[in-house]
Design a protein around this ligand. Sequence first.
Ligand code: ASP
Length: 573
Amino acid sequence: MEHVGQTVTLSGWVQRSRDMGGLTFLDLRDRYGLTQLSFNLSVNEKLCMEARKLGREFVIQATGLVKERSSKNAKMPTGDIEIEVTALKILNASQTPPFTIEENTDGGEELRMKFRYLDLRRETVRKKLELRHTLARYTRQYLDEQAFIEVETPVLIKSTPEGARDFIVPSRLNQGEFYALPQSPQTFKQLLMVSGFDRYYQIVKCFRDEDLRADRQPEFTQIDCEMSFVERDDVLNTFEGLTKYLFKKIKGIDLPDFPRMSYDEAMARYGIDKPDTRFAMEICQLNNLIAGTDFAVFKSVIDENGLIGGICAAGCAEYSRKQLDELTEWVKDSKRGMKGLVYVKWNKEGIKSSVDKFFSPEQLKSWIEAAGGKEGDLLLVLAGPLEKTQKALGELRLELAKQLGLRDTPGYNPLWVIDFPLVEYNAEEGRYYAMHHPFTSPNPEDLPLMDTDPAAIRANAYDLVINGVEIGGGSIRIHDRGVQQKMFDLLGFTREEAQEQFGFLMNAFEYGAPPHGGIAFGFDRLCAMFGGVESIRDFIAFPKNNAGRDVMIDAPGAVNPAQLKELGLKITE
Ligand code: ASP
């Protein structure tokens, strides 16, 4: 309103036009929003006729007088004013866009991605990228204040195992050899610590050739950090600080101190290492209540030290046969592989259960009560080997929470998950895998177990989880050549393989490597969390689709035979 009476020049795109008798109105869109332009037929007929010919998405420049609008639009920041145009210049024409450039567009996902540059003109999408920028800016601000320095690390490197497949790049100058794109700058940031940089960060692209999901992209961005002369709590405090800072600056929210939970506790209570703690519905261990049973299925699970665990769904005693059958199929499918699902309903008529031939109503009631339930509730019980059953219960918990709307619980529940196992045993392959990555240090007190009981070693590793989403993870690293060598031994590397792949790091450890540790936050996911949506794609200017394709530029694509020849490559069918 403070511009009323001034003459201004605006440039932008024609969003929409309306003819109303002697008047024509155009909505002009630029990065900051919409402004109404008005043309009066009786004042300037030529100009008005020109305006009437403008199509959607034409790029124009308009000069005119700022006037107070007679019919104000409270939904627009510029809704109180309009520009009475006195001069108009068409800067470029436009074809009719393939979908409407408005908040609720009629363009489907594929079409919008093909014309992503038009999709990005939509305010909702632009706002998401602005949020991303703001998050990056505050992240840098915080880390700068904490004396971190940003250092770029190379993109053409050698494989760093972080549990995913590498993207590889053939070398023309060294035919038959390949670079790998970094799954993360892990080894480089550790080397920077050996160099004495002390506090490093980088907002950096990482590449992982994995199967894609809504919250995964083959190239994604991390806030990657490393610190020297620190212990676990120093890292946790620094990055809890960053998280609180971002929530305060961007959402105006003061987060309380983040609770810490061991991996074992997370698995026992929530069946997952990234629990959504906005709602309870915790796993209740029923083994003790059921001990001594003759019911063969449960008896064998107890005898084999398995788990009989229940989840209580509040207010679900009226779930239908069909709903229960669907959940049963769901727990039995190949992903979860459970043998079946036992239910106990407690409603006005009393207790009803799929196992009421084997247990008395009092017994069944005691199970529901143990799980924190009451009349009106439904208890779902799974039984089987401990870890498998915990995981299935964890998934069942989330599925029920989805059905009950609990995953939309407002608020943010951050927590640190700590004390992960260092390694995981793969029975099929008969070998151990690093749970985080091979540079993670064992908890100091568990070091002796490296020789005796590797599976029992706790890693000095930590994940930041908010509302069931893993926002970041890291660890205190090994900084001793001998321990690193032992770790590679444990993971089944021969001495030669370890030397060949990671000799540079182990050698560096022999030249005064300080104790160090760090963390990386998934930046796209963090953006999605602040934006309140699940998909990270909206927060990436030019994302890939579920098949890993960029449908706009049509990548990946074939290369011409001359290029292949130059690289010494041949495509075999
Ligand atoms: N490099 C690790 C990752 O990308 C993070 C870390 O350990 O700092 O998950």
